[in-house]
Ligand binder design. Structure first.
Ligand SMILES: Cc1cc2nc3c(=O)[nH]c(=O)nc-3n(C[C@H](O)[C@H](O)[C@H](O)COP(=O)(O)OP(=O)(O)OC[C@H]3O[C@@H](n4cnc5c(N)ncnc54)[C@H](O)[C@@H]3O)c2cc1C
Length: 468
């Protein structure tokens, strides 16, 4: 009996999206810039931990690869079934089981959409800070599996900082509960930290206990417009040295500004060469003072314009230009390879200058924007050539390789938030030693000795034994 029939028999036909069902195509793609479609044998839309465990048991028994999937918004191909087999989707596991404002914790199933979870939490008077830009459609289980970050990571940290406890189904069907629901706890080895960010290669998250924080009473947003990046870089340095702790600190280069000019309601000055967007949150009576202080600092450092707002609707207008960048670039170019290197904060301006040089040398336009507070830059390689042409893709990935090489040389890392998945796997050796890669293979083998769980992701093939 083939795998699809076994799954249909054990989980019911309604749980399985099989061959001939037009929905199946969706499970062979994600938001990565890869043009290929990776057809799975089927997708299983699990509704409970028991079903997830059953799929993992059957896949092991049938020696079939299985790829976990949340909402499919990943940008590195992590949820693509590159070796075929089964896609295990958590999209139907959407229950928010508990929000406890007194204990400051919530318990959720992995398929809950992050933005919906934030709304529910805020309605209960508390706050869940991780805010990937994809929050309207990504899942919280996907966020934990990629250790997603977002603009607020500068003040509040990334998803890992909020995951207290996990229920995980392992290859073969065993279900493990690890972590805690208390603020502190050191009784066991930190297996939770081990599962977060492993992109579905160690196990499938079936339930999460996450930390909440008190909801800030108010926030203010300040946009500084500068003629060039060097001035924007100085403004960021000065701001951080002044002791201000923004919740958000974003930067964008001239290329990004020019892409949003036609779309944004804000009329950028003709000589705008860089923007710094800063957000602070806290007590309502502090906001006026913070806006003035940051606005003045931007002025003193040569800003050609400053916008500031504390009312939600006005703040949203100040955010607009930054928010529109990614979509504007996507609309203007047929190919957009959005990387997410992270460099030490002091190297941001140098890294952007190096991207400009790579763009000049390769002829590939590169727009850079991102989370300056964390040194996390989105370097967008753009092209209007044919996405299916291997030569075009080779050229783009070669330029991406140069960006990674420079980021590592500056003390940085390949990925600040999107993960490694499939697309960045060939570049891991730029950053990690054969010894480190070997130890990760051993770790992976402990959780998944069969190698059937999300195969072909994250780790480059074994190079040599660490003792050699
Ligand atoms: C427009 C846009 C903006 C984005 N902005 C950000 C951003 O600001 N910050 C950021 O970090 N990312 C961002 N992303 C990337 C993406 O949204 C995140 O990586 C997100 O965390 C993926 O969640 P998902 O539910 O879509 O996961 P998927 O894409 O379905 O899967 C991602 C990985 O997690 C694994 N996985 C999913 N669910 C589980 C589970 N329950 N158990 C085990 N493994 C699982 C998959 O196997 C895969 O390896 C953006 C993407 C887009 C398209």
């Amino acid at each position: 009996m083939n795998i699809v029939s076994v799954l249909e028999r054990e989980l019911g036909k309604e749980a399985v999206v099989g061959p001939g069902d037009e929905r199946l195509e969706d499970y062979g793609r994600d938001e990565s810039p890869l043009p290929e479609f990776y057809p799975p044998a089927c997708a299983v839309l699990c509704e409970s931990t028991e079903q997830v465990a059953a799929v993992l048991r059957i896949c092991l028994e049938q020696n079939t690869p299985v790829t976990p999937r949340g909402a499919g918004s990943g940008m590195v191909g992590g949820a693509l079934p590159v070796r075929g087999g089964v896609v295990l989707s958590t999209e139907k596991m959407q229950r928010i089981k508990e929000i406890d404002p007194a204990d400051l914790v919530a318990v959720v199933e992995p398929g809950v959409i992050t933005g919906k979870f934030q709304e529910a939490v805020e309605a209960a008077g508390v706050f869940y800070p991780p805010d990937p830009a994809s929050l309207e459609y990504c899942s919280i289980g996907g966020n934990a599996s990629t250790n997603a970050g977002g603009p607020r990571a500068f003040k509040y940290g990334v998803t890992r900082d909020y995951v207290l406890g996990l229920e995980v189904a392992l290859m073969g069907g065993e279900v493990l509960r690890c972590g805690r629901r208390t603020a502190k706890g050191v009784t066991s080895y930190d297996l939770v930290a081990g599962f977060v960010g492993t992109e579905g290669t160690f196990g499938v998250i079936t339930e999460m206990c996450v930390k909440l924080v008190p909801k800030p009473a108010a926030a203010a947003t300040i946009l500084g417009v500068f003629t060039d990046l060097a001035k924007a870089g100085l403004a960021i340095e000065a701001l951080l040295r002044s002791g201000v702790r923004p919740s958000v600190l974003e930067i964008a280069d001239k290329f990004s500004i020019d892409a949003v000019r036609p779309k944004a309601r804000y009329r950028f000055p003709a000589n705008a060469g860089a923007i710094v967007l800063c957000e602070v949150d806290g007590e309502a009576d502090m906001m006026e003072m913070m806006m003035e202080r940051i606005g003045l600092a931007f002025d003193e450092l040569g800003a050609i314009d400053v916008l500031a707002a504390s009312e939600p609707a006005e703040r949203s207008k100040v955010w607009e230009a930054r928010r529109l960048i990614s979509g504007a670039l996507k609309e203007a170019y047929r190919i957009k390879v959005n990387e997410d290197i992270c460099v030490p904060r002091g190297k941001i301006v140098e890294m952007i200058a190096r991207c400009d040089r790579i763009a000049a040398e390769t002829g590939i336009p590169i727009a850079v924007f991102g989370h300056a507070g964390d040194g996390n830059l989105h370097t967008n390689l753009l092209s209007n050539e044919d996405p299916m042409d291997p030569a075009v893709r080779e050229k783009l990935w070669h330029a991406a390789g140069q960006i990674f090489t420079h980021a590592v040389a500056l003390g940085g890392t390949l990925s600040g938030e999107h993960g490694i998945g499939l697309t960045k796997k060939p570049y891991v050796t730029l950053e990690q030693s054969p010894q480190l890669i070997e130890w990760q293979h051993r770790w992976k083998a402990m959780w998944d000795p069969s190698g059937l769980l999300n195969p072909g992701k994250r780790l480059p093939e074994r190079q040599k034994r660490c003792s050699e």
